[in-house]
Design a protein around this ligand. Structure first.
Ligand code: ADP
Ligand code: ZN
Length: 606
């Protein structure tokens, strides 16, 4: 039977409004929904925060029977189910965290046709499916985090490879595979492994417009730390993650932040399970706003109101970078991604790459990452082109767009640096070079007699930060090279020699010290609501009430309401039940539950 699209859309929008409190679909959602409703398989590739869940939840709500959702991560499964139940959708899960009696109870509900969505881990599904599947009306099978099926993906799960039996066991039931990361190889593999060769691909844009991108080059030591503190200050009271290079770094940074009076904790794979849980839960509950983490943090974290992500060091490749910044701003509100990038990072990564076993591939990836960090064109264009997506305009929401770099003739600076290198027979590293240029009297310089060099102190007029930034640029421009196998000593290239001896000139990008005092300029496409001061105060009160409710109900605050909903509430200031129910993100169930407490607070506050 051909689908009547208009009718389907009207019905779907009604459900969206009633259960989720949203009044329109996000890009691609309805296309996927109608495709599934016509009984066909598909593969959905959408970035984090793109709204994948509704792609299968809506068909589940529109169809008879129960949708089986296969999901590898227990924590995510629980969050999804809790959110659905909070919205009044009959959903439950079967997993190894629950007792067998509880699992049995869930299964009975499903068999009685009382569940719209049943979340289950792959091993559970494969083990006991044959016992009950023929007694259940299954509307749809959704495979979440579908990249786990592929050995090519970065998070391979052997349990996932058995899932091909689903298609043969339930030939008429549509299968939808969803993921946020899958290159071409992985996509093909997902189709093959799931036995859905003809599944249509829905590929949505990977552009996360609400995340502003910036990179600070050349910062180190105290300057870097103080800049970080200023950045955090600007995000007062908001949740954020700081990714660090090593476990040790996470701990020392957290400690330093604590000494500044900030609530920050370290998270890395070396912590005990109890400690990891404590930090993770604290973060989810808004009790611990700042987590200093290694890459281990974030998998399975589904917190919608992470407002900022800092890379305290440059990440090792673009995939990691994209994934990590993607943990910010899942609710669609603006979020900040800041990366610090320094010469030391390049050295550390090179050491890792050399030991990685896949030297060629990894050093290529590192180079592309570096190119992004050094970019003097719109960063989003580079980021997206890495994922084979092109935009035909500058984004307006990255540091390059907001502060286009100014260039100047840097030949003199190059000559200063290179003549110091020449006069030390190319036997010094970057740090010593800087000391010579700035006329530092540290022991090493004096011992080697470098303070007698003609170039000693010629670069005093520039700060340490400025020299960091300019030397980094010189290296990137190929003016000198770092001999990684020779104590990182600096070697002049032929191009460098041309500049040194006046045969060529070079342009450098002016270093601008960034102060994080002002809020970033906002672009219209990104933000729909701007709160004035009193609304901001109300927003903070609403957050406090949300926190109290979350504590009482043993929920995570963002599950009561998202930041976006609270913001809309602070803006709309509903004082009646009806007005409350029409705020963005508030469905019928939550209207019933919460309208009184929130509208009372709003009435008292305005
Ligand atoms: P993903 O799984 O792709 O990362 P989610 O399904 O978790 O994304 O959705 C991301 C956020 O967007 C959630 O807060 C969700 O409630 C919200 N969202 C989903 N669909 C819509 C919509 N149609 N309108 C507004 N917000 C939506
Ligand atoms: Zn840009």
């Amino acid at each position: 039977m051909p689908l009547n699209l208009e009718q389907l859309k009207t019905e779907a929008l009604g459900i969206l409004r009633r259960f989720y409190g949203y009044s329109s679909f996000l890009p691609m959602q309805f296309e996927v929904i109608s495709h599934i409703m016509s009984g066909q398989d598909c593969l959905v590739l959408m970035p984090t925060g793109g709204g994948k869940s509704i792609c299968y939840q809506m068909p589940a709500l529109l169809s008879e029977g129960c949708c089986i959702v296969v999901s590898p991560l227990l924590a995510l499964m629980k969050d999804q189910v809790d959110s659905l139940v909070a919205n009044g959708v009959p959903a439950a899960s079967i997993n190894s965290m629950q007792t067998e009696a509880q699992n049995r109870e869930v299964l009975d509900l499903a068999l009685a046709g009382r569940l719209k969505l049943l979340y289950i881990s792959p091993e559970r599904l494969l083990n006991d499916m044959s016992n009950w599947s023929k007694y259940m009306k299954i509307s749809l099978i959704a495979i979440d985090e579908a990249h786990c099926i592929s050995q090519w993906g970065h998070d391979f799960r052997p349990e996932y490879t058995q899932l091909s039996v689903l298609k043969s066991q339930f030939p008429g039931v549509p299968v939808v595979a969803l993921t946020a990361t899958a290159d071409q190889l992985t996509r093909d593999d997902i189709r093959k492994q799931l036995n859905i060769a003809d599944a249509k691909l829905f590929l949505s844009s990977f552009d996360r417009k609400n995340i502003s991108l910036s990179v600070l080059s050349g910062y180190s030591g105290t300057d870097k730390f103080n800049t970080l503190v200023r950045f955090i200050d600007r995000h007062h009271g908001e949740s954020g993650i700081i990714y660090c290079f090593s476990r040790k770094n996470t701990e020392s940074l957290a400690e330093k932040l604590q000494r500044r009076g900030l609530v920050a904790e370290a998270f890395h794979a070396g912590l005990s399970v109890a400690e990891k849980n404590r930090v993770q839960t604290g973060f989810l509950n808004d009790d611990i706003p700042i987590v200093c983490a290694t890459v281990a943090f974030g998998m399975g974290i589904d917190k919608s109101n992470v407002r900022w992500v800092v890379h305290y060091n440059m990440p090792q490749n673009m995939e990691s970078y994209y994934q990590e910044i993607g943990r910010a701003g899942r609710d669609g509100l603006e979020a900040d991604a800041l990366m610090f990038y320094s010469y030391g990072d390049v050295i550390s990564h090179n050491r890792f790459v050399a030991e990685s076993g896949q030297v060629k591939l990894n050093s290529q990836k590192l180079e592309l990452m570096q190119r992004y960090a050094e970019s003097s064109i719109c960063r989003r264009r580079i980021l997206l082109s890495y994922f084979n997506e092109r935009i035909d305009h500058d984004c307006g929401n990255c540091d390059v767009c907001k502060n286009p770099p100014k260039r100047f003739d840097g030949s003199m600076l190059v000559q200063m640096a290179l003549s110091a290198i020449v006069r030390t027979d190319q036997q010094i590293g970057l740090y010593t070079l800087k000391d010579i240029l700035r006329g530092s009297s540290n022991a090493e310089v004096i011992q080697a007699g470098y303070h007698h060099l003609k170039t000693y102190g010629v670069g005093r007029h520039l700060s340490n930060l400025e020299w960091n930034a300019y030397l980094l640029q010189m290296q990137q421009l190929g003016i000198f090279e770092v001999a990684y196998n020779e104590n990182n000593h600096l070697k002049i290239t032929p191009y460098g020699a041309d500049i040194l001896y006046g045969r060529a000139k070079v342009q450098l990008t002016e270093f601008v010290k960034k102060e994080f005092v002002e809020k970033p300029t906002r672009t219209e496409t990104v933000l729909d609501l701007e709160l004035d001061i009193t609304e901001q105060e109300l927003f903070n009160k609403l957050k406090a009430l949300r926190y109290a409710i979350a504590q009482q109900e043993h929920k995570k605050p963002f599950m009561v309401f998202s930041d976006k909903t609270l913001k809309a509430m602070a803006h709309d200031k509903p004082t009646t039940k009806l007005a409350f129910g029409s705020v963005f993100g508030i469905g019928e169930m939550k209207t019933e539950q919460y309208w009184k407490r929130f509208t009372d607070l709003i009435k008292r506050s305005i």
